[in-house]
Design a protein around this ligand. Structure first.
Ligand SMILES: NC(=O)c1ccc[n+]([C@@H]2O[C@H](COP(=O)([O-])OP(=O)(O)OC[C@H]3O[C@@H](n4cnc5c(N)ncnc54)[C@H](O)[C@@H]3O)[C@@H](O)[C@H]2O)c1
Length: 343
């Protein structure tokens, strides 16, 4: 396990301009906003709070501009004609369950918003980071995923692939704007990112396991649990993003972002129980029961991090056990706030 501490995010010059973060009240977005504010940026957040929460921004709320609105409306309304030094576009319909349950909303949100952000950025040639996903790789039948690999999806009748395709369209568009010299866009393909404030309601496995372990309920492992993933702490990810967007040679390129240390989902369930000293048991659930509409899971998914390491240097340094404890603390804090609110 690497032990390096994350490098401090470099300070930006005072005249570098305001920074726009779409989806900044969400899980990854709120951690990014904190980091940008801490280094002295003037940050404007646009978030419609569909899956995000203003409470996620509590620590920096009085130091940011917050527009609690649909991003498309904000870009054509309050923000029309504004200039930003950088734009981070994280707003999206996120998570496999959301995509399975509300496919129209998910496809439209992911494609339309990115198109509008890039048009907005093109007005002022603003460096723009587009959040994509490892889902873009589809089901390539191998374990290690590199940015220039072919992608392979299932048929369009299988809803699951619509998320991957919507993010792939976002990438094509961002790269096209970059190629035409209209936006210095950087695409980040996030692999599994975890940490405090992530919702378990949208099928995210780690917060789901942590909540079950804290409640003493069984941890539900889909399939036999031998499938593996690499989990990266959100604070390692958000340390990287400003460095990547500030690196001129990153423009017009796609980067895998995540950890490359795999763990099986069964081992993860055991680690959560062990770390939280929970009495919970583990039950396996057939995919057909977990997803009655049908779902194709990938056996293994590991990023090749050569490109991001070569570009700006990157290691995920936060131990998984630490992240699990921090998620548990945030779940407990959320529960006590709910109890206070309901009292
Ligand atoms: N968390 C991960 O492991 C992961 C993995 C791959 C990709 N990503 C990508 O990273 C980005 C951030 O994901 P996250 O995990 O923080 O999810 P999240 O749901 O916490 O964040 C998304 C934010 O966008 C906001 N939003 C949605 N639609 C909006 C709209 N129309 N207008 C304004 N705001 C809107 C939501 O309210 C939310 O705050 C997304 O683009 C996602 O696809 C995340």
């Amino acid at each position: 396990m690497p032990t390096r501490t994350p490098k401090p995010t470099p300070t930006r010059p005072a005249n570098a301009g305001r920074v726009l973060v779409s989806g900044g009240a969400g899980f990854i977005g709120s951690h990014l906003v904190e980091r940008l504010v801490d280094r002295g940026d003037r940050v404007c957040v646009v978030d419609d709070l569909s899956t995000g929460a203003e409470a996620n921004l509590a620590r920096v709320r009085d130091r940011i501009d917050f527009i609690g609105q649909d991003l498309a409306l904000a870009l054509s309304g309050d923000l029309a004609g504004e200039r930003f030094g950088q734009i981070y576009h994280l707003a999206a319909a996120v998570g496999v369950e959301l995509v399975m349950n509300e496919p129209v909303r998910a496809i439209e949100t992911n494609v339309d918003l990115t198109a509008q952000v890039l048009r907005f950025s093109a007005n002022t040639n603003t460096p723009t980071l587009i959040a994509s996903s490892s889902e873009v790789y589809g089901k390539p039948g191998k374990e290690l995923f590199s940015e220039e690999d072919d992608v392979l999806y299932g048929p369009t009748s299988v809803t699951r692939w619509s998320y991957a395709c919507s993010k792939a369209i976002d990438e094509y568009l961002a790269l096209a704007y970059a190629r035409e010299g209209r936006v210095p866009a950087v695409v980040c393909r996030f692999f599994n990112t975890i940490g405090p404030r992530q919702l378990g309601d949208y099928g995210m496995v780690v917060p789901r396991f942590v909540r079950a372990a804290l409640a003493g309920e069984p941890l539900r492992v889909y399939g036999d649990g031998s499938q593996s993933r690499c989990f990266c702490d959100v604070r390692d990810v958000t340390e990287l993003l400003p460095r990547l967007l500030g690196e001129p040679t990153a423009a017009g390129r796609v980067f895998n972002v995540g950890s490359d240390t795999p763990i099986t989902i069964m081992q993860l369930a055991e680690l959560v129980i062990d770390t939280l000293k929970s009495d919970s048991t583990i039950t396996t659930v057939a995919y057909s029961d977990a997803y009655p509409g049908g779902f194709e899971d990938l056996r293994h998914r590991r990023p090749d991090l050569t490109r991001v390491r070569d570009a700006v240097g990157f290691e995920s340094v936060t131990p998984l056990v630490q992240t699990i404890m921090d998620i548990a603390a945030s779940v407990r804090q959320g529960a006590s706030l709910e109890a206070e609110g309901g009292a």
